[in-house]
Design a protein around this ligand. Sequence first.
Ligand SMILES: [Zn+2]
Length: 462
Amino acid sequence: MKKFLLPLCLVLGGSLHAQISGPHNEAYTIGNPDTPCVTAAQREAIFEKLARAKQDLIEKGILPNPQTSLLGGGGPHPLFEWPIEKDPAAPYTAVWGLSNYVDHNASFPNQIQDWNCGTKSYDTSNGYNHQGMDIFLWPFSWYQFQNNYARVIAAAPGTIIYKDDGNFDMNCALGGGDWNAIYVMHADGSIAWYGHMKSGTLTAKGPGDTVAAGEFLGNVGSSGSSTGPHLHFEVYNNAGQLVDPYVGTCNLWTSANDSWWAAQKPYIEPKINAVSTHSGVPTFPTCPQMEVTKYKDSFLSNEVVYAMVFLTDQTVGSSGLLSMKRPNGTIAFTQPFNSTTAYNASYWWWSFGSASFDTYGLWTLSFSYNGNTVEHQFVYGSNLAVGDLQTETKVRFYPNPARDRIAFSEDVATLDVFQIDGKKLQIPHDGISADVSGLPNGVFLLRGTTASGRPFTSKLTK
Ligand SMILES: [Zn+2]
């Protein structure tokens, strides 16, 4: 899998406001490599290792002997779950896109046919036809790599028969040596390969240990012949023949209605991977340096807000809608999004100057695309965190709005008062009431802890 940046910088459509600019975009194109993910020699070595490991597990009685048992040599094939999931800490809707399927056309080079009769695959001039699926990380593959945001999970239950770990995992070019991988045999004797993983993140389980479907196997890396963090998922049936798990017109290996997926995904799946706010346009330094994300969720009133959306499988003719909602939920800005180009991975941005915002508080950036909507909240006009403004009133007080003095519904131990721009003010309080007479008119956040030690944030209007 090869990646290169294709700067396009399109400006589609005019701005609705003098201080709103965009959309602008750059496509992050996943191209085709000219050498295989796994060389022929590496694949041979893996086959030998797996055969030895399998024999060893049979002799130890961990795997059933195919000579004396029907198990391990037949039965229905597994039904796979998707082999990547996002870590709960990942601030994304989705962490991946798909760049390559298995190439069914035995001719080469540039003779490509995937299961759906398309060309989402590759081959090489020395006769390699891509033998697996490549699932790449998006957005910010190296940032995801550093943060372990993409988890490789077992697509089906089985027994680990071998694993490779400890190999360098920040490769940017093909021909990068051995990968880190886990090989899982299923009850019918078929085997799934999970390749290019991040060194040291692999499960502590080893040969002979069983894994459940969905069990964590390791994080995505760029070990082996790889130009960036991605998972290569390759499958063999119990006769040792390569399997393409998809059912489709041009996959002659798998009969109709016999998908190896529990729920086969569509060939192309246009989706929103992330919606976020930034201090500027992120940069993508030379591989394998981590991207500079420029994430920012709290903006002072003189700062420009960069709104960004990250898409995978963007198709020609697809459309969406960007909108900005005020703290009270009314819409301040909308702009239709019309796709005229197809991209594996793309990002789009709009910039909003201070005249775009007519009120301070918790704003919502919303993007709808292909039937899905993803929202992202940010604070405008304050350096308070999003969480500060999201917090519901937890300590009530009366009256509100107030002029001179407020009385709390429960005893308060500590109390701080913040203006909406984040400036901290002091007011006298005695644990059951507070003097607000010295505050100017406006909206304030009261933050503190109750006498029982519970933190609270409440909004005061004066
Ligand atoms: Zn691959």
